[in-house]
Design a binder for this molecule. Sequence first.
Ligand SMILES: Nc1ncnc2c1ncn2[C@@H]1O[C@H](COP(=O)(O)OP(=O)(O)OP(=O)(O)O)[C@@H](O)[C@H]1O
Ligand SMILES: [Mg+2]
Length: 490
Amino acid sequence: MKWVAPPSAFIWKLRTMTDEPALVIQSSDVNPRVLVVEDEEIVRDILLKVLTEEGYRVDAVETGEEGLKALDNNLYDLVLLDLNLPGMHGLNVLSAAPATQTDAQFIVMTAFGTVDTAVEAMRLGAYDYINKPFRTEELLLTLKRAREEADLRREVAQLRRKAGEQAPGNKMVGRSPPMQRLFDLMERVSPTRATVLVTGETGTGKELVARGIHDLSDRARRPFVAINCSALPETLLESELFGHMKGSFTGAIQSKRGLFEEAAGGTLFLDEISTVSATIQVKLLRVLQERKVKRVGGREMIPVDFRLIAATNRNLAELVDDGDFREDLFYRLNVFPVEVPDLRSRREDIPVLANYFRLRFAEENGVEPPEIPPETLSRMMAYDWPGNVRELENFIERAVIMHAGAKSIPFDPPQALGRRPERDTLSRSRAERWDLERLEREYILECLEETHWHQGEAAQILGINRRTLYRKLKKYREDGLLADHQVLQD
Ligand SMILES: Nc1ncnc2c1ncn2[C@@H]1O[C@H](COP(=O)(O)OP(=O)(O)OP(=O)(O)O)[C@@H](O)[C@H]1O
Ligand SMILES: [Mg+2]
């Protein structure tokens, strides 16, 4: 709870009533943002007035269409939605609400005697409903409860995040058929205890999938323990996973439980599973068969209750063929394979993700979300995103910060320059014939990208003077190797 100064209208009201200092307590440290979608002018005005006086930041619109537009452009804490709207019905607004509104609690307003629609609204994810006409206290109480519940949910998510360490814990966004299929798979496998193998290119969201499966499962209240197997040397990984007894190796001054034990009743996530050594592969196989662990230096077989999710961006079957991964372990892990599609094969998710990140980072950084103009979006759609969602997320985060205050985000993907997405110039396929001139051009463009097309800085990195750089760029442009619209900064 924090003390928050209320808006002046409210202070005035309090002052006229009592001489007490004008302060109110609110459950959250910012004034919650509310969207009111209501076609009746009188009701809308009353809501606007009452809620503003209570310290809410209110946007009020008349139609469902306007409501959706507002939901596309802002993040709300609460949405007060009339169901009986001219044009688009409230229920349709509810079901079409963008996936970006992960925190918004919807409260629908219904006329007396329309219980069915209220029930339908709850089924579509509304938090609560309120019958019209309602009393102000009733409304405020409903809003307060909705807020408290949302706060609680966030708190729990935060705690879980802390418990699971790094964890982005963000919602998964995606509208494309491959993502819908993925969500469907996640829902199906989560209630079971089946071992899941998540595969996919780097940055596609494998860890999010693992967390999602855990969150959807009946183990959600128990720990989600994640470890990146490639981050630790073999002996350390072994004692992390299985635990160790005091004195079992130099430095083991205390006995320690391993992650299989820590995950008690929850989920153990082994990231980058392809990197584990042959010795650890054997031990993993044994735990999976026996559901018991033996700590390093210990004798006792300790029963463990875990659900295993493993992830890899390598093709495990190929590693098995090459003799680099145990076949029996592969089958134990691959009980329920889940493949996360790369971003370029589901391009319709690009605008949805971009919008989600745009709003999220603007909110996190306390800036107005810059617009993504159609030209930028179409270039983003054409780009191949070798780093997948992570690359897109990083791009938008940087853009939101760099263009804070500016109206729109520009995008100059490597591909707009007629280049292939792979970054490492020298390790490119030998099949491509490289001449020095082309190599130089690639390198120059890479430096320019690094410096966000700041010519002065790029020239410095390249060790040439700015006039030389300018001359080269002019030539590239004349040769049609550089797009005209490429904005160059000084
Ligand atoms: N569908 C999605 N919706 C929202 N955010 C996403 C989505 N997919 C990925 N992200 C975000 O992209 C980033 C990369 O995701 P994640 O770490 O899960 O990928 P990964 O497949 O495990 O990558 P790596 O193979 O490099 O470990 C994270 O910040 C994650 O929050
Ligand atoms: Mg990962």
